[in-house]
Design a protein. Structure first.
Length: 225
């Protein structure tokens, strides 16, 4: 009979990714990075051949990407990369401005020693991701940074809305990160947000978010308008 002590050794806390999840990650990353352009058709056969998977897996991934707003299914063309124009981008930035400003202010008002430690840890991971220059770790670290702020603020419903936009936010982030004419880096602005929260300065935290998003939106507007 197997002892109770051996049971934890057999537990799989994080189950392995399914084939569909791996294909979804690859296709999502390809769209966010710009490998597939706005309006480009995503044809099943070449995707099956390049990824080594069946049409069924590709179709399942397309349904998820459509739900995330990265893919549109057109009646006469099939799946295509969703367009990202300035009108859509402006709406995303405005939603972010409203939700992130309120979350940062509330977080600054509530932040205790534990929240500040969590936020500094998230900022450190974000800095390492910026230094590494790898897209996926950077997006994951950015998500963790903002999640720390929203949940500490008690804005879990607002965070749910942001999560629904996350793929499109990442697409815009990839676009603005690719520019070299930004006077102050995104990481420097996010550091200012964290410092204001850790100082329990709600007004400064709100202003830091506004500045960060205004600069990012201006770059996106120039690229998309």
């Amino acid at each position: 009979m197997m002892s109770d002590a051996a049971t934890p050794l057999l537990r799989i806390d994080t189950p392995p990714k399914t084939l569909r999840e791996m294909v979804l990650e690859r296709l999502r990353a390809a769209i966010i990075s710009g490998h597939f352009k706005s309006g480009e058709r995503l044809i099943e056969r070449p995707l099956c051949d390049s990824l080594g998977v069946s049409r069924t897996v590709i179709r399942e991934a397309m349904r998820y990407l459509e739900a995330e707003g990265l893919v549109e299914i057109q009646s006469n063309r099939g799946p295509v990369v969703a367009s990202m124009d300035w009108d859509r981008a402006a709406q995303i930035y405005e939603i972010r401005r409203l939700l992130e400003t309120n979350a940062a202010r509330a977080c600054a008002e509530k932040a205790d020693a534990r929240v500040k430690t969590d936020l500094r840890r998230a900022l450190k991971a974000l800095g390492a991701a910026y230094d590494a220059g790898e897209t996926r770790p950077l997006f994951d670290a950015s998500t963790d940074f903002y999640q720390t702020i929203f949940l500490a603020a008690g804005h879990d419903m607002a965070w749910d809305i942001v999560q629904r936009l996350n793929s499109r936010i990442s697409r815009l982030r990839a676009m603005t990160l690719a520019t070299t004419d930004r006077h102050v880096s995104g990481f420097a602005r996010m550091t200012q947000i964290a410092e204001a929260i850790c100082a329990n300065d709600a007004d400064a935290a709100g202003r830091a978010v506004e500045t960060h998003l205004s600069e990012a939106a201006a770059i996106a507007h120039r690229l998309l308008a």
